[in-house]
Design a protein around this ligand. Structure first.
Ligand SMILES: [Mn+2]
Length: 464
């Protein structure tokens, strides 16, 4: 705790500008809470503290129970304050000294540091709102103030700022992507028949820890890729398995990465594995290329579905016209999720605001199986970062659901699919995170250095 400056992801002037931008749309004070560490099992045994993303975005330094107060019309410094508790002697003995006021001010660009009691004096009797961490708001002091939860206009004002990432944020995003790629490349050396998912996960996590990084979500490293959010690492790698490796990093400033590759344990694909792998890759590349300003994300999702259907027809798992099959949703039997999501300070960025961030005003989710899992339907704008992650899976649960299959009875090659179910095909997913750029530059692929051509991923395993 002796360092002279706190880690930040932007200079104080940038944090001031973000706060001033938000303040210009406020009509009452807004308190942006950092939150508290969450208990594992009891209050003094906690998960590592991670401040809420909006608090970090507006320049909050990493202090438990901290908050930023923003008054309407503030210039981002005057009329704003950082709330911090003063630690008692016993706390210092157990957890060390808190950062000094000087450190807090120079990291956040906030001259005014106040205690929770002073917030009380300032806001008592006034109408004010708060934005809190998504989990139970254990806001001891803020609760007592009778603050209202932020309304939709206030939340949208935050979303509209966070949607467009500046160059400072992109430095952090690239850092998270780079460490994620390095960690995955290091961990694939453990992919070998007879070894376990846990071996691979352990190799991955050790690289993150060495970089003082955390995971941005529980890494998915599994031979059961068809279970989309597979939990834990119970499996042993079989020679004919595909390993779905979907993992990301949270760098020390809080920014996330997210990337997926699929590896053949044997170091080579079977014919059908290769055919479907190339289908997913074609779909993924087409979708990445379509990430240009003005494009509606749902249309790119639909494009990815059409390319998947072309491949499924070529592989003789589906029969019919690919565009018509995709229009009827036949792909959802193999590709039952959305193309991607926003990514930033959260891996599903701002999902704590429900669909307010992912769905443009007036747009709502489709309701059909598969399509309803699309997390993003906005027109892309320069500065947004999204993931592109189509997949093909053979999920036994889907192929047992006769109600779901009935409308497609004439279009599915049941014999060929059942053979894949019996062979425990698993799944294939390929994911990159891409940053939308203005003009004709095309998107910046933050995870482009992680090989994804079929021969290249097979080589990684063979040469490990
Ligand atoms: Mn993702």
């Amino acid at each position: 705790m002796s360092s002279s400056s706190l880690p930040t992801t932007a200079p104080p002037t940038v944090f001031r500008r973000r706060r001033a931008d938000l303040a210009s749309s406020l009509s009452r004070p807004l308190v942006i809470l950092a939150g508290q560490p969450r208990a594992r099992k009891y209050a003094t045994n906690t998960h590592p503290f991670r401040a809420a993303s909006s608090y970090l975005y507006f320049g909050g330094p990493r202090i438990e129970g901290g908050a930023i107060v923003i008054e309407p019309g503030s210039d981002g410094n005057n009329g704003c304050a950082l709330v911090r508790s003063v630690m008692g002697f016993d706390d210092i003995v157990w957890i060390g000294c808190a950062p000094s006021d000087e450190q807090l001010s120079s990291a956040s660009g906030l001259d005014q540091l106040i205690s929770p009691d002073e917030v009380d004096v300032r806001l008592r009797g006034r109408e004010a709102a708060y934005v809190g961490p998504p989990c139970p708001p254990t806001l001891s002091w803020a609760h007592g103030l009778g603050l209202q939860p932020a309304n939709q206009d206030e939340i949208l004002a935050i979303i509209n700022l966070r949607l467009i990432q500046d160059e400072h944020e992109m430095v952090a995003m690239r850092r998270a992507a780079k460490i994620g790629m390095d960690a995955q490349l290091s961990a694939v050396a453990s992919i070998r028949a007879g070894r376990t998912e846990a071996d691979v996960a352990g190799a991955y996590l050790s690289v993150l820890t060495a970089h003082q990084c955390d995971v941005s979500f529980n890494p998915i490293i599994t031979v059961h890729g068809e279970v989309l959010h597979c939990d834990g690492y119970p499996g042993t790698l079989g020679a004919d398995n595909l390993v779905v490796f979907d993992a990301g990093v949270e760098e020390p400033g809080g920014y996330a990465s997210d990337m997926t590759r699929t590896y053949p344990v044997a170091g080579s694909f079977t014919t059908i594995q290769r055919q479907l792998y190339d289908t997913v890759l074609r779909s993924q590349c087409a979708a990445v290329d379509a990430c240009v300003p003005g494009k509606r994300f749902r249309d790119i999702h639909d494009l990815s579905a059409r390319v998947i259907c072309e491949g499924l027809v070529e592989a003789e798992l589906l029969r019919g016209d690919p565009a018509e099959l995709a229009g009827r949703g036949a792909h959802t039997l193999f590709y039952p999720h959305g193309l991607g999501h926003l990514i930033g300070l959260d891996v599903h960025d701002m999902e704590d605001f429900g669909d307010l961030a992912g769905y443009a005003p007036g747009r709502t989710r489709r309701t059909e199986f598969g399509s309803k899992f699309l997390r993003l339907d906005r027109d892309l704008e320069p500065g947004m970062t999204v993931t592109i992650e189509p997949g093909v899976y053979i999920a036994p649960a889907i192929w047992r659901n006769e109600d779901l299959l009935a409308p497609f009875a004439d279009s599915i090659n049941r014999g060929a699919i059942d053979a894949l179910v019996r062979g425990e095909f698993g799944g294939i997913r390929i994911e990159d995170s891409v940053h939308i750029r203005a003009g004709d530059a095309g998107p910046e692929n933050l995870t482009a250095e992680l090989p994804k051509e079929a021969d290249a991923v097979a080589d990684l395993i063979r040469k490990a």
